[in-house]
Ligand binder design. Sequence first.
Ligand code: G3P
Length: 217
Amino acid sequence: MKFFLDTANVDQIKRINDLGLCDGVTTNPSLINKEGRDFKEVVTEIASFVDGPISAEVTSYDYENMVKEARYIATWADNIVVKIPMTEDGLKAVNTLSKEGIKTNCTLIFSVSQGLMAAKAGATYISPFVGRIDDMGEDGIRLIRELREVLDIYGLESEIIAASIRTNKHLEGSALAGAHIATIPGSIFEKLWSHPLTDAGIASFKKDWEAFENRGK
Ligand code: G3P
């Protein structure tokens, strides 16, 4: 499974990239707004040091302008993927862009039908939002499992990016359900590699080693 970072924070991305755990990055208008930096500047900076796809989202919602924006964003770097919202105009844009060889990430997927349509339209990636589905009292992981099954049955090539990942269970469930990728906020990574029993184990090894070194003193 690949790990993408769901953030536009360059420091966070560098930290995880240094661990060899960053296979790509996804951004969206909210994440760009959070950084308060110029959109193109921050995306090109990230694209310059991450060896993997970087998703940058269009901010128009009509077909003509989405395609225009996407063509421009795609020129920023070789590893750019353009994020397109899951709407009728979005599907049309995905179809046009995929024929031009521009990689797309169809975002805001909340059902199997939406994912199937985006995949058939030619999306390189489809992004179901696990956490937000759970927020509605439904099962985000089940959607990942069903999407993977449908893609496999029909031999569709889109890759599933499990998005809106907020907990260890979201990540582990998405991995077991067959998501090709999970896009994870920088702040969640720490929770993924930590465990209270690891900390307790280290504390007890340290204590015992000190006792060993002090023997006979
Ligand atoms: O990748 C989508 C993500 O940024 C949304 O996360 O936690 O706002 O639902 P969240």
